[in-house]
Design a binder for this molecule. Structure first.
Ligand code: GRG
Length: 305
């Protein structure tokens, strides 16, 4: 199962890889060489490219040309990569390994790693503004800024670090809180990736079908996001650094609040299956054009990285 979905998605991943290289060249005109080198090292490292794939698959699901989604997909991958670089810093998760390679600060030092993250975040917005018409760029910018900002990914990271005791504050040890945290920290970015796929397909024009399409991808993102996070927690227990390309076993070591810690492994697996079902229900509303989204949701249950 896992290999067949990647066979189906291979040509899309190749198009995304080219778009990432090309996008970096565009935004790195007259840029200091060490910064360009470190940006390339992080952005072009072998990630799964789930977010640009979701952008492309949502674009296709509503009849858009896959190529229309590429700048938006590259932009969301830049923001995702910035978040990984900053998350790996000593002040946050303090990790040595990412995407199978030494983390950015391990390779280039903390100062440059912070700046690579800052540069990727700004570059994402430059890319959207320069590659789409004004209406499309405006709506995509809003989606990305909301997803990445204080009420989205950064807010989710703050809740996570409060739970770890690295930021002062109080958070409840409940499943509802864990879901809220992950909806912000990882779910919001999946949602923006999918929504921007629809905006790319419709050129920012509010078609009569758009509200319904957005509602369907929102439901897909909610299920996909939680299933992704639950399986990420399970991989931290069950997989290896060789397979995942990042350190494993760290959650239990830190006493982190995770799905397996809260529900146990078997119940976590069931919860992931339920969330995948919700995502699949949403994707089937797109008919045969939503088939790759169905397969990508299924993949979460068998992934080993
Ligand atoms: C530092 C602002 C800031 C935010 C950090 C997303 C995030 C918030 C931190 C990442 C740390 C982490 C392990 C989160 C759990 C889920 C996650 C986002 C895993 C990595 O995403 P994948 O599996 O990675 O899509 P690849 O490398 O395949 O792109």
């Amino acid at each position: 199962m896992a290999s067949s979905i990647w066979d189906d998605l291979k040509s899309r991943q190749e198009a995304i890889a080219s778009a990432l290289s090309e996008s970096l060249q565009r935004v790195c005109v007259d840029t200091p060489a060490p910064l360009v080198e470190a940006m390339e090292y992080c952005l072009l490292a072998p990630g799964k490219r789930l977010r640009p794939l979701l952008t492309m698959l949502a674009c296709e699901a509503v009849g858009g040309e896959p190529a229309q989604s590429l700048p938006a997909g590259a932009a969301i991958e830049m923001i995702h990569t910035y978040s990984l670089i900053h998350d790996d810093l000593p002040a946050m998760d303090d990790d040595d390994l990412r995407r199978g390679l030494p983390t950015c600060h391990r390779k280039y030092g903390e100062a440059l790693a912070i700046l690579v993250g800052d540069a990727l975040l700004a570059a994402a917005f430059e890319l959207i503004s320069s590659r789409y018409n004004a209406a499309t760029a405006a709506v995509m910018t809003l989606e990305m800024a909301r997803a990445a900002g204080p009420a989205g990914m950064v807010g989710g990271q703050v809740l996570d670090l409060i739970g770890d005791g690295r930021i002062t504050g109080e958070v409840p040890a409940t499943r509802g809180h864990l879901e809220n945290l992950h909806n912000r920290k990882t779910g919001a970015m999946f949602r923006a990736a999918l929504r921007n796929g629809i905006h790319a397909a419709t050129n920012g024009v509010a078609t009569p079908a758009r509200q319904e399409q957005l509602a369907s991808v929102d439901q897909y993102a909610a299920g996909f996001g939680l299933a992704f996070q639950i399986t990420d927690d399970l991989l931290d227990i069950e997989s290896s650094a060789e397979k995942t390309g990042k350190r494993v076993g760290k959650d239990a070591h830190r006493g982190k609040r995770t799905y397996p810690a809260l529900l146990g492994v078997a119940e976590s697996r069931r919860a992931a299956e339920q969330q995948v079902d919700l995502a699949i229900q949403a994707a089937t509303r797109f008919g045969s054009a939503g088939r790759p989204l169905v397969e990508l949701a299924h993949y979460l249950l068998t992934r080993d990285r």
